[in-house]
Design a protein around this ligand. Structure first.
Ligand code: ATP
Ligand code: MG
Length: 433
């Protein structure tokens, strides 16, 4: 084990949240070990602000739970404890041991009933065997995520040459890549996510095993894949992450229909990329982003291809876009469980692309007041930016938003029906000739 003293690394307690320091000190007073671990140590070493602070300990989840009134045990696959301080949550994990070892290395009487389970194919289903710090380090995914900081002695513990990889700016999986991806295929997505986020390279062995193990991602439950999708695309590095996913051919495990549709959609890739860039820009500016918008973009090539086909088959446009959206969502849901609170707005964004074609009249005016107008308008601009032909709709909607209400009503009044009060839909004569 490599132990780096305080004068040889740049981590300072000043940059660690008080809550995390409190948790570690209380654990130590309770006779346990406690270290800051994972993303926080990695980010502190890079001089970045960690987004959250995770603590590793040799105390069992039950023991941690007993020490902190403001805590609860969560998780099944990995049981961890959340200690809450106002809006901040400190995640406390118990050192994990080797999943193939007997639980006698564990420190707790409860260990025997929380052992690990592997499926016939080697997938790790449960992993609640407790162990030592060294074992815990070996169980983590990447070397740069397996550094531990002791906030009492100010030392960094490095069991897996993580500091070396930090210095080399490289993502390396711990242990044998094929075995580690087989245990948990999501680690492949994590490799790409961190490579994108940190602008690090990927160690040759770590990258080489991806094509061999990629198919294992098919086994991942759609709910977990959706969680991972959120981390991949809403972490502020969606554009770079998309590049990595395409480069390593993993996008097709998240969005298989999109990958197929892109082959025949001339502007699809540009639209998806533009949506990623705009998401990253919004996150960097602290503006809100919704998964519905990104998903609407990622599935647009699928929707639009189907829409064009349906229209060519004589379906009325509104029916065609509705059906195309419906089908795209059902197909995507086979891999990613998209909650209804996102799929509904996605449908609205797509259908709005047709409704925005109506530039005049009462209905067009009402669109401006619709709660989905903003997202749909932004989406329209991205389609134009990607090179889709929309007959100048974007500039039209941009302009009308700058007008005062009377100016707007004048500009958008429907032609031929102006100044004809007293007429309504039922009285209007049919245009026959
Ligand atoms: P972020 O800044 O994105 O939160 P993080 O490194 O903290 O990065 P988390 O997903 O919060 O990432 O995970 C916390 C730690 O748990 C990781 O640093 C890693 O050590 C470990 N870990 C997470 N997922 C896995 C996994 N699938 N296999 C092995 N270890 C994992
Ligand atoms: Mg984290």
């Amino acid at each position: 084990m490599n132990i780096i003293p305080r004068d040889q690394h740049c981590i300072s307690r000043k940059h660690i949240s008080d809550s995390a320091l409190k948790v570690m000190s209380r654990l130590r007073k309770g006779g346990f070990q406690a270290y800051l671990v994972g993303g926080a140590v990695r980010d502190l070493l890079r001089g970045a602000h960690p987004k959250d602070f995770d603590v590793a300990t040799d105390a069992t989840p039950e023991a941690v739970n007993e020490l902190f009134r403001n805590s609860r045990i969560i998780g099944r696959r990995f049981r961890i404890v959340h200690v809450r301080f106002g809006r901040e949550i400190i995640e406390v994990t118990t050192f994990r041991g080797h999943h193939d070892s007997t639980p006698d290395t564990a420190q707790s009487k409860g260990a025997s009933k929380h052992h690990s389970q592997q499926s016939a194919s080697g997938l790790l289903l449960r992993d609640n065997v407790y162990g030592t710090l060294a074992e815990d380090a070996a169980r983590r995914d990447l070397t740069i995520n397996a550094l531990y900081y002791d906030s009492e002695k100010f030392e960094v513990f490095d069991q897996v040459d993580g500091l070396e990889d930090m210095a080399q700016q490289q993502i390396r999986i711990i242990g044998d890549p094929d075995q580690r991806y087989t245990e948990d295929p999501v680690r492949m997505l994590r490799v790409l996510r961190f490579a994108a986020k940190l602008s690090f390279g990927i160690a040759p062995d770590t990258a080489a095993a991806i094509p061999r193990c990629a198919h294992l991602l098919e086994q991942i439950p759609s709910a977990r894949l959706f969680d991972e999708f959120l981390k991949l695309f809403l972490g502020g590095y969606a554009a770079a992450t998309l590049d990595q996913l395409i480069q390593h051919d993993l996008l097709r495990y998240l969005f298989p229909e999109t990958c197929i549709a892109l082959e025949e959609h001339p502007t699809g890739q540009a639209l998806v990329e533009a949506a990623m860039v705009s998401t990253d820009v919004r996150i960097a500016a602290d503006k809100p982003v919704t998964p519905a918008f990104i998903l609407a973009a990622l599935l647009w090539p699928v929707v639009d291809n189907a829409f064009q086909r349906r229209k060519a088959g004589d379906e009325p446009p509104m029916v065609a876009i509705h059906g195309a959206g419906q089908d795209a969502i059902s197909a995507a849901a086979q891999h990613l469980s998209i909650p209804r609170r996102f799929s509904q707005p996605m449908r609205e964004i797509w259908e709005f692309q047709l409704r925005l074609q109506r530039k005049t009249g009462r209905k067009a005016l009402e669109l401006l007041e619709h709660r989905r107008f903003r997202a749909a308008y932004d989406f329209l601009l991205l389609r134009e930016q990607a090179g889709e032909e929309t007959d100048g709709l974007g500039p039209w909607w941009t302009e009308v938003q700058t007008l005062s209400k009377p100016e707007r009503e004048e500009k958008m009044a429907s032609k031929g029906r102006r100044n004809r009060p007293g007429r309504n839909r039922t009285q209007r004569p049919k245009h026959t000739e």
